[in-house]
Design a protein around this ligand. Structure first.
Ligand code: 13P
Ligand code: SF4
Length: 299
């Protein structure tokens, strides 16, 4: 299947982008594997005619917004991110009416419709840097309360208002899980994604995006790591660091939507050019500005 996909990809001048959370065999066939920021940059820059996005829906939508002339296909259109739906248009409008100088900062894990109402997008790797650069005092951070509170801790001179969204996968990791895993692996460094609860983040040796966690491990002299994010990152961690040991905090840390992506679906949609992401032109126009601004402010 891998060979068939590679051949088809050449024939059609397609590029395969994969998030670290999709199954290992899908990551293995991808041209680029990365975190949300890296993949959105690659989607913007590509010269390919077709982008196959192996991830969840908001990622494919962002690729369409950043590169509307390309055909963006997804192996499974049902692969969605629960958090992306955890803020409403009404809530954003209500907050805008309360604060005159409000900037609505939108985690990229949100629907295209929500992005269209926001001032700037961020990912877990650039959120602090971008919020620091905004001229606005009042910030409404949507949809993730956990990434929002991580930013709030570091950007003290702004009034950061949180929304009640969260990632159900990262929220499952509890303080007690971390404490008991640390007891089992006393020499392990604890690395965590900022989508985890504040109490969990507090116990970490390092907090960052999936790519930041992977980079941290590569540069570290330590040999054992407790990983506070989705299990998919183990593929890259183990491939790049055969001399190091990695442990989950819970028995399983799985985003089932990411696991809907598989090689059979990938082959099928590429062969028949199915599952194209389509968005209203109006939404594309309005959502381009916050996404482009994110790329600009991250430079
Ligand atoms: P990053 O890719 O920015 O680390 O975010 C993780 C995630 O939950 C993607 O859905
Ligand atoms: Fe969404 Fe969480 Fe899955 Fe990432 S891990 S796609 S934030 S549900």
């Amino acid at each position: 299947m891998t060979e068939k996909i590679k051949k088809l990809k050449e024939e059609k001048n397609a590029v395969i982008l994969a998030h670290y959370y999709v199954p290992a065999e899908v990551q293995a066939v991808a041209d680029y594997i990365g975190d949300s920021y890296y993949l959105s940059k690659k989607a913007k820059e590509t010269k390919a005619d077709i982008i196959v996005f192996c991830g969840v829906r908001f990622m494919g939508e962002s690729a369409v917004i950043l590169n509307p002339d390309k055909k963006v296909l997804m192996p499974d259109l049902n692969a969605d991110c629960a958090m992306a739906h955890m803020v409403t248009e009404e809530k954003i409008k209500e907050m805008r009416s309360k604060y005159e100088d409000l900037a609505v900062v939108c985690y990229i894990n949100s629907t295209a419709k929500i992005k269209a109402l926001c001032d700037v997008c961020v990912t877990s790797s650039n959120a602090v840097k971008i919020v620091e650069k905004l001229p606005n005092k009042n910030i409404f951070f949507v949809p993730d309360k956990n990434l929002g509170s991580f930013v709030k801790k570091q950007v003290k001179d702004k009034n950061i208002i949180l929304n009640d969204g969260y990632c159900p996968v990262h929220a499952e990791i509890t303080e007690n899980d971390v404490i008991s895993s640390k007891e089992k692996h006393p020499n392990a460094k604890f690395l965590v994604h900022p989508e985890c609860e504040e109490a969990v983040v507090k116990l970490s040796d390092f907090t960052g995006s999936t790519a930041d966690i992977i980079n941290y491990v590569s540069q570290s002299e330590d040999k054992e790591f407790l990983i506070g994010t989705e299990d998919g990152v183990f593929y890259e961690l183990e491939k790049e660091n055969p001399d190091k040991k990695f442990y989950t905090v819970r028995e399983k840390q799985v985003c089932f939507d990411m696991k809907l992506v598989n090689l059979e679906k990938l082959y099928d949609i590429l062969k028949y050019e199915k599952n194209e992401i389509k968005l209203d032109q109006e939404i594309i126009n309005a959502a381009t500005k916050p996404l482009e601004r994110m790329l600009e402010l991250t430079k």
